[in-house]
Ligand binder design. Sequence first.
Ligand code: 48F
Length: 263
Amino acid sequence: MPLDERIITEAIVDEYFAKFKSSLDLDVAIVGGGPSGLTAARLLAADGFNVALFERKLSLGGGMWGGGMTYNVIVVQEESVHLLTDVGVPVKRYKDNYFTADAVGATTTLASAACLAGAKVFNCMSVEDVVLREVDGGKRVTGIVINSSPVEIAGLHVDPVVLGCKYLVEATGHAVEVLHTLVKKNDVKLNTPSGGIEGEQSMWAEVAETNTVKNTREIFPGLYVAGMAANASFGSYRMGPIFGGMLLSGEKVAADIAAKLRG
Ligand code: 48F
């Protein structure tokens, strides 16, 4: 079979920039490809929304690959099992309310399901800031400022580019990077008890898991927090290698935003 390298290049460039161009005005931009972001991306895309997920690393999956301390098994609670079985991840009851799944199988399947549902994934892409606008007498997030991760990692002085979104989901895990940037650069008040980022507390899995879902909400006009970022923003605990709360948080943020978008 004859092969022309220029056509291979042309195919990549054409397809990539068609995807990029169709992401200029997103319904939902999701930052972070961990379990909460992937679940939200899958459900919103399956609902027909224009959704894109931005992940700094080459691989999707965030902190789920290694289970606990690289023992690559995850634990989930019964109420979240459907979010794995719906996409075909085999789940075993360990005992009582504790279920296990292979961490690598679960991570790859969640990532695959999000892509196949129609979420546009931009890996190797960092979200470094947000776009703010005055809307109805107050500030609102209306877009994201993105840069190529290799540019960021190399510390090169290259300006980013901007995409618009109706809603932004911060699913960046413990660091809550985007929110920190928003608060540092702007005189804004968040929808938290102190008006700022409350910060994460130490390990308490039971409370943390419940709170991850409760704390999944709009923390600033146009900006939702999900997954571990929700607890780090609202001042709750960490939970370690139990992932049910992450999946349920993704489901909740997808449902809340879908309801808003539908009006
Ligand atoms: O941390 P992460 O897996 O997020 P999560 O969905 O899940 C948390 C659990 O993995 C675990 C836990 C469960 O008990 O506590 O930690 O809340 O994935 C976050 C992803 O966001 C990416 C990062 O590389 C990771 O893959 N990320 C972080 N900041 C940015 C980013 C950024 N500014 N731009 C793009 N991606």
